[in-house]
Design a protein around this ligand. Structure first.
Ligand code: GLP
Length: 263
């Protein structure tokens, strides 16, 4: 696992956007796995800026989102379909027919989840999966006890996730307690994993994710099993890492990274 620690949340988002743009520039028909949540808003704003400035081209990119609430229609302001259009797809030159978000409004969510898995496979798999992290340690909506072999499926959300995400709803009681999410097994099949976490409220779960034992109680610990996983943090989210000085040492010695960071 590679750990990148940036001084501020803004710089952490900037480097995340830069890594994604570099990947697309090296392979224009890139298959990009996308995430939602407050943390990603800055990344998408930066990617939109770079696209406008001609620094990255999304015209051949295919995207696959991690998750969606069950019962919310794509035009619902709280749906992740809406989030993605609002924060990214409407602001870049991606062909919307190449964008995919799990269907939480389907009559048969399980059948739609199976089709979603097929679509990813048919596209040749996800090259890079962008990830945020919830307070329970979820990646996507893989709450505690999610099997590391799990695939795209319907799940029940926890009380902790309700407390974290419901303030985003005009009426918090309207937040669905069920979602459809790529499984941990699905996520682990991506060529690269890139997890971004910022702010002090993520420090505890980040320390467990990076330094704790691998456990299905914290699905983000599955990153330890992936051969090409990078975690990007700001100083606040990195604050509880016991090995912080070692990770910073690796960073300073990594020539490829120094190149990307422009140091
Ligand atoms: C939601 C998403 C997760 C994301 C999390 C982080 O729960 N389903 O995929 O990791 O939000 O949220 P935030 O960035 O708002 O802390």
């Amino acid at each position: 696992m590679q750990i990148i620690i940036m001084p501020t949340a803004d710089k952490a988002a900037q480097i995340t956007a830069k890594i994604i743009a570099n990947e697309i520039n090296n392979k224009p028909a890139y298959k990009l796995g996308l995430a939602t949540g407050r943390t990603m808003e800055a990344v998408y704003a930066k990617l939109a800026e770079m696209n406008k400035a001609g620094k990255v081209d999304f015209s051949l990119v295919k995207s696959f989102n991690l998750d969606e609430y069950i019962g919310l229609k794509p035009d619902d302001v709280n749906s992740y379909h809406y989030y993605m259009n609002y924060h990214l797809f409407d602001k870049i030159n991606i062909d919307k027919r190449n964008t995919h978000v799990p269907d939480g409004a389907a009559d048969d969510v399980d059948a739609a989840a199976a089709v979603y898995e097929y679509e990813m496979e048919d596209a040749g798999g996800v090259d890079l999966q962008l990830l945020g992290i919830g307070r329970t340690g979820h990646i996507g909506f893989n709450e505690p006890l999610s099997s590391f072999a799990s695939r795209t499926r319907a799940v029940t959300l926890t009380q902790t996730t309700y407390e974290q995400n419901s303030p985003l709803f005009a009426n918090p009681a309207d937040m669905p307690m069920e979602a459809v999410t790529m499984g941990v097994g699905t996520i682990l099949e991506a060529g690269k994993l890139l997890l971004l976490a910022t702010g002090s409220e993520k420090a505890d779960i980040i320390a467990k994710t990076i330094e704790g034992p691998v456990t299905s109680m914290i699905s983000a610990t599955a990153l330890q099993l992936h051969a090409d996983a990078t975690v990007i943090l700001d100083e606040e989210a990195a604050a509880k890492l016991q090995g912080i000085e070692t990770y910073k040492w690796y960073m300073k010695k990594d020539k490829k990274l120094i190149d990307i960071l422009g140091l």
